[in-house]
Design a protein around this ligand. Structure first.
Ligand code: CA
Length: 422
């Protein structure tokens, strides 16, 4: 039975620079202890009791560690040469000629040019059966270099042990090997270097809390939330709890646009061309399909009002008056809580043919009273003369969109004053 002896037993116990050189640190633990090692880095091990053929050396490594070493760069070679003791027959590494390609058997990857470290004249395939590779640790010359050798020769097994252990990442994430260490790709809902923390609250926030506007308007609401590693299994759904409280999921269409940035924990919903049927409470739901974890935003209360059908009543229909008198006409219209978007204009339609429309505001005479809140407007002509004869109309419109209604008109007829005709 082989055992592995190295320079220090466990990186932590022996304090050989765990943080700085952990992947270069030799595990000098016997195979029994190795099986109990819970947290590891990429470590090297070798059998110190027997020399093996390449196949047996590989078996040894696979039995007690991960595999024969796969060397990834020159730095590793330099370290191995520095740290391993000299051994007369040198060490097998995990490189083998497979279908005439030098292949790292542990990773099943072809040898890359940058990691090559052949000794001079090697690989020479002497005898046409040199399919395995040894490393000249601490050789007097060409130390650390490689030589292809007959696989039946007996040498020390140089093994490596990967970092990921069964307990790595708290079993709450994917353990990903890196050189000398590993990282944890935590499952949704977990975070931290070892996925040791659990997200129990996605802390979903939503803005604005309310929105009120007229039909045709556009509004955007945003949700922010705590995002998790491996967020590909996260989702954000938007619901509208309408005025009846019925939950309806919103999906993208011509008037609903959603955006989602899981990286930043951000989602938005835009309603375009809204109408009164969009009124309701909008809630974003953030969750993870891989885990029973979800949270709701506090909601956005949306109120969309249709334009009212304006009932317009103009009085009186006719006014007969003498020159010099004052006269007043009135318009009453639907009271509307969005009255600040309304306007009222008065016009005079004159003549018989084209009914020329003349804005009274440009005349600079007469006066108008306006109470949009009560749905009332009046217009007073003072000290009239015969030229004031004509049809007067009020027009009520909304600045919120291109729309207006006109009253039925007041026909004003001015007769010359009696005292002037006598
Ligand atoms: Ca050779």
């Amino acid at each position: 039975m082989g055992s592995a002896v190295g320079l220090c037993s466990s990186p932590r116990a022996w304090g050989c620079g765990w943080n700085v050189t952990r992947f270069l640190c030799f595990a000098a633990i016997s195979w029994v202890l190795v099986t109990q090692m819970e947290v590891g880095a990429w470590t090297y091990h070798y059998g110190d009791t027997s020399d093996y053929s390449w196949e047996l050396a590989r078996n040894f490594c696979r039995l007690f560690y991960t595999d024969l070493v796969a060397i990834q760069n020159q730095g590793e070679i330099a370290y191995l040469n520095r740290a391993l003791p000299h051994h007369r027959t040198y060490y097998w590494i995990g490189l083998r000629r497979i279908n005439n390609v030098w292949t790292w058997v542990g990773t099943n990857k072809a040898l890359m040019k940058e990691a090559e470290n052949w000794a001079n004249g090697e690989p020479n395939n002497r005898g046409m059966d040199q399919d395995c590779v040894e490393i000249y640790i601490k050789r007097e010359y060409e130390a650390g270099r490689w030589n292809d050798e007959r696989c039946q020769k007996k040498k020390r097994a140089l093994c490596y042990q990967v970092s990921c252990q069964r307990s790595s990442c708290s079993q709450r994430g994917e353990c990903v090997e890196t050189i000398g260490s590993y990282t944890c790709d935590c499952y949704p809902g977990f975070y931290g270097p070892e996925c040791e923390h659990e997200i129990t609250d996605l802390m979903v926030n939503q803005t604005p809390t309310s929105f009120s506007d007229l039909e045709g308007s556009e509004l955007t609401m945003n949700c922010t939330f705590k995002t998790v590693n491996n967020h590909s299994t996260m989702y954000v759904r938007w619901y509208n709890y309408g005025t009846e409280g019925l939950k309806k999921e919103l999906v993208n269409d011509s008037d609903v646009i959603t955006t989602l940035h899981l990286d930043n924990g951000f989602a938005s919903l835009t309603l375009k061309n809204a109408n009164s049927s969009n009124t309701g409470t909008y809630v974003c739901e953030v969750g993870s399909t891989a885990r029973n974890l979800s949270g709701n935003g506090p909601g956005t209360q949306v109120t969309i009002e249709n334009f009212p059908e304006l009932m317009l009543n103009q009085t009186p229909a006719n006014i007969h008056a003498s020159e010099g008198s004052d006269l007043t006409m009135e318009c009453r219209f639907t009271v509307w809580n969005k009255h600040n978007t309304l306007y009222v204009k008065w016009y005079k339609h004159r003549g018989t043919g084209g009914m020329k429309k003349e804005p009274m505001s440009e005349r600079g005479w007469g006066s108008a009273a306006l109470d949009l809140e009560k749905g009332f407007a009046s217009f007073t002509l003072k000290n009239v003369n015969v030229t004031d004869t004509g049809t007067y109309m009020c027009e009520v419109g909304s600045t919120a969109r291109n729309w207006s209604e006109s009253g039925s008109g007041t026909q004003v007829t001015i007769t010359p004053a009696v005292n002037q005709t006598i």
